[in-house]
Design a protein around this ligand. Structure first.
Ligand code: BGC
Length: 383
């Protein structure tokens, strides 16, 4: 009897010990892979924004905040063994709220542009915010990059996940249907970050979610990304009009500056006298990825001086490759100074821009009883 009492006491004391060590309730059951939760800031209405840092056994760390599901920091080693941030971001919540060109954010309900903010479903017209000239961009005035996500965590031997959920109400930002959304970020010991998107709706609606991290693999944000070599698994891209809406043509990349079928420096052709590069002010186009219908390799970027190599896999039909053309030296870096023109690039896996108004493009419709899923994996290594 006494023996059982002591066993019970030990059990209770151990539980108290672990509770005190981990009062935030975050799982930390292994020294190899971990999740750490801290407070990042507070909104004017008193809501506390949390930051979750996932770390794998290699030492790669990714930090995500509950405001916009934003990846604020992503630290990987270079070939000299130095751990550095490789994504653009700010150091405070206030800066993200003040002005954010979608640094690290989850973008929704519709990533990219919708012409004149209009689309129809079964003959009913919907009007969205025209927040980018005459067009709708990245979900509107308060898109998924500016809302507070609920967060839970899950951890096992080889992976750590942050599960973010947000329910967007019927007609929020003009989109029909209550949309229950989940975005799961998973960092694993193979040095990949997987982003899994899921959603259900109670009315026919449109959806196109993406992740908007700006990478600079050099780890030095005073440098531009023009020396990065990029490869994109696409034989074609979508030319755009002067408001950056696809014209509807699907153009072969062969003999154009848009040919990234083999590794090429971003800076190699970016300043050529080319109508599309002039309109985009550089690369700001959607590539028509090969082999739509499977999870496959879609793009890679290599920075030779740091040795950092990024590979992207996705099941999406398109990828917006944006070379940070609108960065103009006015947004403050985390260290000192400001983010200069083309100091970051984005690989935004997604459906094509303006799909709701183009029957030829893969559909972005989501019907009640259907599950929206989309998956993109970013793998980090050194070469
Ligand atoms: C768009 C750019 C835009 C940037 C930041 C990208 O996804 O393609 O045109 O400037 O996001 O808003």
């Amino acid at each position: 009897m006494k023996k059982y009492f002591f066993l019970l006491l030990i059990l209770v004391l151990t539980s108290i010990y672990y509770f005190l060590r981990n009062p935030m309730g975050v799982n930390k059951n292994s020294s190899l892979i971990s999740i750490n939760k801290t407070e990042f800031g507070t909104l004017k209405n008193g809501t506390v924004v949390h930051k979750y840092t996932l770390e794998n056994k290699i030492g790669t760390k990714v930090s995500i905040i509950t405001y916009g599901g934003i990846i604020t920091n992503l630290k990987t080693f270079n070939k000299l063994g130095e751990l550095e941030d490789i994504v653009l971001g700010y150091s405070s919540l206030e800066e993200y709220i003040k002005e954010n060109p979608y640094f690290g954010a989850i973008v929704g309900r519709y990533g990219n542009r919708i012409s004149k903010g209009k689309f129809s479903i079964s003959g009913k017209e919907y009007n969205l915010a025209r927040n980018n000239g005459q067009n709708h961009l990245h979900g509107g005035n308060i898109g998924f990059d500016k809302v507070i996500w609920d967060a839970t965590t899950q951890i096992d031997k080889n992976s750590a996940s942050l599960i973010l959920s947000y329910t967007s109400g019927d007609m929020e930002e003009g989109y029909p249907g209550n949309l229950e959304t989940r975005v799961i970020y998973t960092l694993n010991n193979e040095n990949s970050i997987e982003v899994l998107y899921e959603a259900i709706t109670d009315k026919s609606t449109i959806i196109n979610l993406t992740q908007h991290s700006y990478f600079n693999l050099s780890g030095n944000f005073s440098e531009s990304i023009l020396d990065h070599e990029v490869k994109i698994n696409a034989n074609a891209f979508l030319p755009v009009d002067e408001t950056l809406i696809p014209t509807g043509e699907i153009v072969n990349v062969e003999c154009t500056p848009f040919d990234f079928r083999e590794f090429k420096r971003i800076g190699k052709d970016i300043n050529l006298e080319n109508e599309q590069l002039i309109i985009g002010n550089g690369y700001d186009h959607c590539w028509v990825l090969n082999d739509y219908g499977t999870m496959r390799f879609v793009a890679a970027a290599y920075h030779s001086r740091s040795g950092r190599f990024l590979e992207v896999y996705s099941d999406e039909p398109g990828m917006q490759f944006y070379s940070g053309n609108f960065l103009d030296g006015t947004l403050p870096r985390r260290d000192e100074g400001y983010y200069g023109n083309r100091s970051g690039f984005c690989f935004e896996t997604q459906h094509y821009p303006n799909s709701p108004n183009n029957k030829e493009f893969p559909s972005v419709m989501l019907e009640p009883n259907d599950l929206y899923t989309s998956k993109t994996t970013f793998n980090f290594s050194i070469k």
